[in-house]
Ligand binder design. Structure first.
Ligand code: ADP
Ligand code: MG
Length: 225
């Protein structure tokens, strides 16, 4: 009900791209694990959010006009203290202020994960097409993804993981730990449930979903209605 209200409010306000607060609140409403986060508008708020979340943190520029944050130098990872958070926010205000009003998304830094992607697009007459694959920098290079129509069942979620050409990478290679497959499958199913409940979503993605041996967390999310 909360998720529906958020989407309805955005629609009525004529906003087609949901805010970071909206996106992460919707993910949380569906039990999709997300890294601890806060949306802030100045250095003092950013530092207070970082103190609450716990260091190290990531600071990301949050601005309607900026789509790919890291391309613009709008993502700073592994900030270890308040001074680094403050310096980062000031630096982004200086470099990126001309794009418009900036907010600063503060998030727990989760190092060492496997970057995966879950994406979805509304297909006329079909419902949502859900995509899963390797995320981050590998998406474009490897194009190793699998697709299912929502709703995605447990068996289909399992197939989405196993059918990747690089499926073996998910299980860990040469002694490195594999990822928690159950956690990832669970998130695919929860995302699919979310899409089924909110047919007005045109596009959604989690890129990356950070996967670890003991769980997985969305650290970047986008929803367009
Ligand atoms: P964008 O896709 O808009 O450039 P992201 O939020 O996806 O911005 O951040 C870019 C990259 O920074 C991610 O692909 C990931 O490698 C890294 N990153 C972002 N957030 C975190 C985090 N919370 N913990 C660890 N790494 C992160
Ligand atoms: Mg991203």
């Amino acid at each position: 009900a909360k998720a529906r209200a958020i989407v309805e409010e955005a629609r009525q306000a004529g906003r087609s791209v949901l805010s970071a607060t909206d996106v992460y609140t919707i993910f949380e409403a569906y039990g999709i694990p997300v890294a601890g986060w806060g949306v802030t508008v100045n250095t003092a708020e950013a530092v207070a959010a970082a103190d609450r979340i716990g260091y190290p943190v990531v600071v990301k520029v949050d601005c309607e006009a900026i789509d790919h944050k890291s391309d613009m130098g709008g993502v700073a990872v592994n900030l270890k203290d308040a001074a680094s958070v403050q310096a980062t926010v000031e630096d982004m205000q200086r470099r990126l202020g001309h794009f418009g009003t900036l907010k600063f998304f503060v998030q727990k830094f989760l190092p060492g994960g496997r970057e995966l992607i879950i994406g979805a697009t509304a297909e006329r007459g079909l419902g949502h097409l859900v995509m899963f694959g390797l995320g981050g920098i590998y998406v474009e290079v490897l194009k190793d993804v699998s697709f299912k129509i929502a709703p995605v069942t447990q068996v289909e979620a399992e197939e989405m993981l196993s059918s990747l050409r690089t499926a073996a990478l998910l299980n860990g290679v040469r002694g490195e730990k594999g990822i928690n497959r159950e956690a990832v499958m669970n998130i695919i199913q929860r995302a699919s449930q979310l899409l089924g409940d909110l047919p007005m979503i045109q596009e959604m993605d989690m890129n990356p979903l950070m996967a670890f041996a003991d769980g997985a967390f969305a650290v970047d999310g986008r929803i367009r209605i």
